[in-house]
Ligand binder design. Structure first.
Ligand code: PEP
Length: 249
């Protein structure tokens, strides 16, 4: 099964109108392989979604960085999946470690969000990953399996999910996982999907890596068998896309 390479840019809580326009202008000029080879999705803060969508080339897509767990209503400060659909936003990032850790989003809450967003027709970049403490205590796989299980508990159809393995210790720290470290977890995650969600899901679900990916380290990471792309934070605010495409062997 050929899995289309996926490159996501997570701009987090950054940017001004001027900066956003500059990044989009750069992306619009970037030379990248065609849509059937690589999928490029950028995720600006909510307030810039309509602007980015209106300016971005049509072969690139946009993602929100979060959405509410249920239908909208009296939830001050939240953005519903229905609103994203209404704006024509196809993707949403859910379960990012910054939300899990800083805003106490539990595995179960993330699983509920993923299921609800999918039910509204959104595609989901679902993030999992261990902290340094968890890695050092040998519980990496138990942690990411529990996070993935909470999604599998609520979701049967994985067609519209991209699973992002993002070790917390590598996010925004400059300490990228080695290709071998990342491949080990990706391959274990694929095996987990095989055993718990089925053969088809395991072979077709894209598992992307995130954590201090940049134009230099992406090439070796991209060569790993089970790395199907990247979620890029800091480097996606700079000049990123052209460096991040899997080079044909
Ligand atoms: C992220 O926030 O998803 C991320 C991977 O960040 P960075 O690339 O900056 O480590």
């Amino acid at each position: 099964m050929v899995r289309k390479f996926f490159v996501g840019g997570n701009w987090k809580c950054n940017g001004t109108i001027e900066e956003v326009k500059r990044i989009v202008a750069f992306l619009n000029e970037a030379e990248v392989p065609p849509e059937d080879v690589v999928e490029v999705v950028v995720s600006p803060p909510f307030v810039f979604l309509p602007l980015v969508k209106s300016l971005l080339r049509s072969d690139f897509q946009v993602a929100a960085q979060n959405c509410w767990v249920r239908k909208g209503g009296a939830f001050t400060g939240e953005i519903s999946a229905e609103m994203l659909v209404n704006l024509g936003i196809p993707w949403v990032i859910l379960g990012h470690s910054e939300r899990r850790l800083l805003l106490n989003e539990s595995n179960e809450f993330v699983g509920d969000k993923v299921a609800y967003a999918l039910s509204r027709g959104l595609k989901v970049i679902a993030c999992v990953g261990e902290t340094l403490e968890q890695r050092e205590s040998g519980s990496t796989m138990a942690v990411v399996a529990a996070q993935t299980q909470s999604i599998a508990d609520k979701v049967l159809n994985w067609d519209n999910i991209v699973l992002a393995y993002e070790p917390v210790w590598a996010i925004g720290t400059g300490k990228v996982a080695t290709p071998a470290q990342a491949q080990e977890v990706h391959s274990e995650l694929r095996k987990w999907l095989h055993d718990n969600a089925g053969v088809e899901v395991a072979s077709s679900t894209r598992i992307i890596y995130g954590g201090s990916v940049n134009g230099t380290n992406c090439r070796e990471l991209a060569k790993q068998l089970d790395i199907d792309g990247f979620l890029v934070g800091g480097a996606s605010l700079k000049i990123f896309v052209i460096y991040l495409i899997k080079q044909p062997e």
